[in-house]
Design a protein around this ligand. Structure first.
Ligand code: MRU
Length: 340
């Protein structure tokens, strides 16, 4: 986080939150000002902010913005409900959004009949900060546990962005990579560019630069070649939702990596906080996979690259079956068998 000075992903002010606009990185450091819950919903939907834990944290501050000007507890309750519903609709796959909003609702339920309005508002603001602080601690724990577990794997391939920009802390999969680098365990990171939003090429590469970590951006379809040549020791990815049996939803392309890793006998590791485990769903059948605008696939930097009338299919996530995953690393422990 220290290295992100000047480009913190979130700055909380009294009447607004400033969100580092991830659509513009790495070329421009620009902040999007969110003054209302509607602004926050827009920012999450448009992927100004993204990454499962960070979506949750941003949503918690959005919840606070929704009710911060309330004059009575009754008004506050109505606004919280409306804000909650608006935020819940933004992105369907990452369970952390539900987790964070439910935490805010819990505080509401617990304190609404006890505290006066201004104190309740402060309490909810503090609850959003607590979620963020907890995430930072969890990231550090994931980093330490993961680096220890993977210490003999010196060349790591990763997908999407799972760093500070995705969690507000050091990151999950990328947090492990950063910790491995600090401990001298790492030689090289292969960064999947991650079509179509380019979270790898734009965001992960940006974070690795700041950390002085040696990396190569590779096209998403390079993994087979790299693995066959014996250039990859382990794959580490994040997660948006993990079912009770370990089936894992993550950025589109993750499943292909897992299949390819199995074929080449390479460790395939998922890193995520416990809050990404959805204990309400038994298997992948309960996971909703977001489909996004065709434009993201048919255009590149706003230039159309397919025929004018081309249609696209843009699943934003895929699901990796549990048997393809060697370990799931959380802030608590390394799981090699998945019965959550
Ligand atoms: O669509 P995105 O960029 O929000 O997707 C992000 C991912 O898939 C990440 O791997 C996941 O959220 C984990 S972030 C620690």
């Amino acid at each position: 986080m220290r290295k992100m000075a000047g480009c913190e992903p979130l700055i909380v002010k009294d009447n607004e939150i400033l969100l580092l606009d991830q659509r513009k990185l790495p070329n421009k450091i620009e902040y999007f000002s969110a003054k209302s819950v509607e602004d926050v919903c827009f920012a999450i939907k448009e992927m100004i902010v993204r990454g499962a834990p960070f979506i949750g944290i941003t949503a918690a501050f959005g919840y606070y913005l929704a009710l911060k000007d309330s004059d009575t507890n009754k008004q506050l309750k109505v606004r919280a409900k409306k804000g909650f519903e608006c935020l819940l609709q933004t992105r369907p796959t990452a369970v952390n959004l539900f987790f964070a909003l439910n935490k805010m609702n819990d505080v509401m339920q617990e304190k609404c009949d006890i505290l006066p309005t201004h104190k309740l508002i402060n309490k909810l603001r503090a609850a959003a900060f607590t979620l963020w602080e907890n995430q930072k601690k969890e990231d550090l724990a994931i980093g330490a546990i993961g680096a220890d577990y993977l210490k003999n794997k010196r060349r790591i391939l990763t997908h999407c962005n799972t760093g500070t920009l995705a969690t507000g802390g050091i990151g999950t999969a990328l947090g492990i990579i950063k910790t491995m680098h600090k401990k001298g365990y790492l030689d090289l990171v292969y960064v999947d560019e991650t079509r179509p939003y380019l979270q790898g090429a734009r965001l992960t590469a940006f974070e690795l630069e700041l950390e002085n970590i040696e990396y190569r951006v590779v096209t998403d379809n390079s993994c087979g070649m790299l693995m066959k040549k014996g250039l990859v020791d382990a794959v580490i990815v994040g997660a948006d939702r993990i079912a009770k049996n370990g089936d894992t939803a993550n950025k589109i392309g993750t499943y292909c990596l897992a299949v390819m890793a199995k074929r080449h006998n390479i460790d395939f590791i998922v890193a995520a906080p416990e809050s990404t485990i959805d204990r309400n769903i038994k298997t992948q059948n309960g996971i909703v996979v977001e489909e996004r605008d065709a434009k993201e696939v048919l255009e590149f930097n706003s230039i159309t690259v397919a025929p004018k009338n081309a249609k696209a299919l843009n699943y934003s996530f895929d699901i990796t079956d549990n048997e393809l995953i060697d370990a799931i690393i959380t802030e608590k422990q390394v799981y090699e068998r998945f019965e959550f």
